[in-house]
Design a protein around this ligand. Structure first.
Ligand code: NAP
Length: 454
């Protein structure tokens, strides 16, 4: 006979919601409570995907359906470690799955990284996505900007910095973000990759769209394309790489049109120092690199180049955050785990604790990849059923009663439906005369207040 299982999931982004949905499909006799530190669900989709990427934001629709079925209960504005603890989990659930993602910027240890005007991409992304816990204003006062990294986050950051603010008006950006972008004096946004054009980590759609921005000229440089830089016949070359090579080739020799802004792609440029004066960014120095024969790796050439820039954004990868009482691998920025089973320092599995998504495997891969990842974790959880300890208080209302008693202002799925309608109504009544699907509420207290009146 199957036992009725109670599982908590911490993190209501795609990883957590997919995990809940897969668990319910594979093991229907389960009650799932989904907690998030933010008042609204959807994690990275609400606060990580660029506002002008509605196609990716559209994943929300399927996540919405999964939560709307009612088999997963959502509790927002609940922080693991303060509002609920491991002891609470043990008392009320058979197991917990951590799906807290990776939201910090990876460090770049070069001189000048702490100068004013040097930023992590994650912070900027949070700002333009209206994250409640970051300041409302962003110092967009640079004419020339460097973006470090050749992944999709670098492309998001560069595109948002180069784009005309009015072209963002159809998106869900809050008013403060529109005003900040509209006031930006940026003329040139330079994206730098430390390896070559054949080693980029972009994806084709995102790369192509860079060359299609209104009032933005795209510039690439011949010196970054050595003879035979891309061999479509080489072993292991993917179709995606072939498409991207064609896109890059099509941009070579493109004439400037006199657009208001220019977006430059540079390769073989490894950052060595951010240059400053009076504590502010004034420029950036790179060592030029070259491919090591027959490999995808580069080495320094001993030649250095400098660019005058007043702001530097590092988009060199995200990094996970440690959770109280949960073993953490601080080199990789992930919860210590083997295929999603959390392990202690000695490598022994800690029963009842699981991880999925970026906090399990690191910040690599597209949103869809979290599904296969969640499947692996859930399969382990189900095969561990016999070892999961029955909680002392499995009653569905017991932890929620405790949250009430502790004065935690949690939000619920119904609360999200109210906030969702509110944001859609804000979009409809926006005075900018363009059709807006929604306008996000930024302030945490305001989100909570609107959600709790639902
Ligand atoms: P990423 O794809 O891993 O790219 C990181 C980039 O930073 C790489 O080009 C890497 O170069 C570079 N880098 C790392 N350390 C560096 C250093 N010390 N100096 C200079 N460059 C350095 O990471 P991401 O851009 O943060 O994206 C994370 C994941 O989210 C990816 O899977 C991405 O596709 C996905 N994503 C998708 C979208 C979308 O629109 N579809 C948007 C955002 C993010 P090397 O290659 O040489 O290591």
């Amino acid at each position: 006979m199957s036992k009725h299982l109670r599982v908590a999931i911490v993190g209501a982004g795609p990883a957590g919601i997919y995990a809940g949905n897969i668990l319910h499909t594979k093991y229907p006799d389960v009650s799932i409570d989904l907690f998030d530190t933010l008042p609204a669900p959807y994690g990275l989709i609400r606060y990580g995907v660029a506002p002008d990427h509605p196609r990716i934001k559209g994943i929300v629709n399927s996540l919405h359906e999964m939560l709307d079925e009612g088999t997963i209960r959502f509790y927002g504005n609940v922080t693991f470690g303060t509002d609920i603890t491991v002891a609470d989990i043990r008392e009320h659930y058979h197991a917990v799955i951590f799906a807290t993602g990776a939201i910090k910027d990876a460090q770049l240890n070069i001189p000048g990284i702490d100068l004013r005007g040097s930023y992590g991409a994650a912070d900027f992304v949070n700002w333009y996505d209206g994250h409640p816990d970051v300041p409302r204003s962003w110092p967009l006062n640079a004419q020339q900007v460097a973006v470090l990294g050749n992944g999709n986050v670098a492309l998001d950051v560069a595109r948002v910095l180069a784009k005309q603010a009015d072209d963002m008006l159809t998106t869900d950006i809050p008013a403060n973000v529109y005003e900040g972008l509209a006031a930006s004096p940026a003329t040139d946004v330079h994206v730098f990759g430390r390896r070559g054009p054949g080693q980029i980590k972009f994806t084709p759609i995102e790369l192509r769209e860079l060359g299609e921005q209104h009032e933005v000229d795209l510039v690439v440089y011949d010196e970054d394309f050595p003879e035979g830089w891309f061999n479509p016949e080489a072993e292991g070359v993917t179709n995606q790489q072939k498409v991207m090579a064609r896109i890059l080739e099509s941009w070579r020799g493109r004439a400037l049109t006199g657009a208001k802004r220019r977006l430059h792609l540079h390769f073989f440029s490894s950052p060595v120092e951010i240059l400053g004066a009076d504590g502010r960014v004034e420029g950036i120095r790179f060592e030029r690199t070259e491919l090591v024969d027959g490999t995808e790796n580069v080495r320094g050439t001993g030649n250095f180049v400098e660019f005058p820039v007043q702001a530097v954004y590092r988009a060199i990868g995200y990094f996970g955050s440690e959770l109280p009482e949960i073993p953490f691998n601080d080199k990789r920025g992930v919860i210590s785990n083997v295929e999603g089973r959390v392990v202690d320092e000695s490598g022994a599995v800690i029963p009842g604790l699981y991880a999925t998504g970026w906090i399990k495997r690191g910040p690599i891969g597209l949103i869809g990849h979290t599904k296969s990842d969640a499947t692996e974790t859930i399969e382990h959880l189900i095969s561990d059923l016999a070892n999961l300890v029955d909680p002392e208080h499995p009653e569905p209302g017991s932890l929620i009663d405790e949250l009430d008693a502790r004065g935690v202002q949690y939000t619920t799925w119904n609360g999200w439906l109210t906030l969702n309608e509110h944001e859609i109504a804000l979009g409809a009544s926006d005075s900018s005369h363009v059709e807006r699907e929604r306008v996000k509420v930024v302030d945490r207290d305001e989100q909570v207040a609107i959600s709790r009146r639902g």
